[in-house]
Ligand binder design. Structure first.
Ligand code: HEM
Length: 374
């Protein structure tokens, strides 16, 4: 072969060889399968199937679209402080947050409504969301509500309940017959609502206790996995809403819950005890509508101290997705179906709000008192 001759075999472009046709068909089938997979996950092939996008669409349908705000728990304020572990948790979990010592914490207080400018009122569920920055570089995020159980046990029921509770445009109030049929189909919700209504709300954020509601699993060094639920129990004494003289100072104070919290923190830090309830094999881990028996062992693992508060702004809790599946080694999800539903839905809410220009939040800390920034 001379040095000018092409040593490679001759490639024929047209007509294609049978091998080329087979390769092209195989590539085509692979591309079609991938596209169908995306279309299925996106819900385009199954209009009846519940997806995270459809849940968020329903929040928007009910509450309106408020650009830049969370699609639920939309009205909130950022907080920061520390968690002091007493070391008791190390027998149950290898998570570094339970070793004796201090972990920095940031978080958010909110009311569980999808409307960011809703006036505070006595029956709003309140929430505490926290992000613990562990000394080994890991992170633990948790979102807790101040109710004893969750009203529904899965995402489908959550979706249906939102529609049942939706205000009728004619009356501005939910249609009682729709709620009755929902409750008839979901006796677990009727029972959970009884438990929720039986407990009065506290007067504010600072004297409320917050519960994980979902079950998780603590895993220790020997690989033993224990079902748990956790709570942040207020050190400030509980005072029930509705008692004479303890409610909002002025009926025109539309942010009285947040304003009271800001004023409380201006006086000094606020504390909660992290208490873990240890489940047994008899306790439902996949059903957040059911409370575990009062007789279960409860262990105090440490104290949360919140000493800073700030208005939501770029770079603080505003930009955090308190996904309940952001867990350090030593804390694992349970089989509760709400956990993966929450993770997927929060992510969709986060993606939408992160892409939007946000108007300033209703709660402006400097308007109440000077707070140090988290
Ligand atoms: C299928 C059931 C649920 C759905 C669809 C749902 C939906 C949402 C959405 C869309 C957000 C806003 C997320 C963001 O943009 O960052 C949110 C926030 C929150 N949810 Fe849920 N949620 C569910 C169940 C629960 C349960 C069981 C709890 C247990 C305590 C909970 C506690 C919270 C808390 C604390 C926040 C506020 C986090 C923050 O302040 O940023 N949710 N939820």
């Amino acid at each position: 072969m001379s040095e000018y001759e092409n040593p490679r075999p001759h490639y024929r472009l047209w007509p294609p060889s049978p091998e080329t046709i087979t390769s092209l068909v195989t590539i085509g089938i692979a591309v079609a399968c991938i596209a169908a997979g995306f279309a299925y996950v996106g819900g385009y092939l199954t209009p009846q199937r519940l997806t995270q996008a459809r849940i968020i669409d329903r929040f928007e349908q009910i509450n309106g679209v408020h650009p830049g705000f969370r699609r639920n728990h939309a009205k909130g304020v950022c907080i920061a402080g520390t968690f002091d572990s007493n070391g008791n948790g190390t027998a149950l979990s290898t998570a570094a947050v339970f070793e004796k010592g201090t972990t920095p914490v940031t978080g958010r207080f909110a009311v569980a409504v999808g409307k960011p400018f809703v006036p505070d009122n006595e029956t709003e569920v309140r929430s505490m969301a926290l992000s613990f920055r562990l000394r080994d570089g890991e992170e633990w995020r948790t979102g807790m509500n101040d109710i004893p159980v969750f009203p529904v046990r899965n995402a489908q029921a959550f979706y249906e309940q939102m529609l049942a509770a939706r205000p009728d445009p004619a009356t501005g109030k939910p249609d009682p017959s729709r709620m009755q049929s929902f409750l008839a189909a979901h006796p677990e919700t009727a029972k959970a609502l009884q438990a929720i209504k039986a407990r009065p709300f506290s007067t504010g954020f600072a004297n409320a206790s917050y519960n994980s509601l979902d079950a998780f699993r603590f895993v220790n060094g020997a690989g033993v996995s224990t079902p748990v639920r956790w709570s942040m129990e207020a050190v400030d004494p509980f005072v029930a809403e509705g008692q004479a003289g303890v409610n909002k100072s002025s009926p025109t104070d539309v942010n009285y819950l947040f304003d009271d919290l800001i004023a409380r923190l201006a006086k000094g830090s606020v504390q909660w005890h992290l208490v873990v309830t240890i489940g047994t094999s008899d306790d439902a881990t996949a059903d957040a509508t059911v409370a575990w028996p009062e007789t279960r062992t409860r262990l105090t693992l440490g104290t949360l101290t919140i000493d800073r508060i700030a208005t939501e702004a770029p770079g603080n809790c505003s930009d955090v997705n308190f996904d309940p599946l952001v867990l350090p080694a030593g804390i694992a999800p349970s089989d509760d179906p709400l956990l993966s539903a929450r993770s997927a839905t929060y992510s969709n809410s986060f993606r939408r709000r992160a892409a939007e220009a946000k108007t300033p939040s209703e709660v402006q800390v400097p308007n109440v008192t000077k707070g140090a920034s988290p």
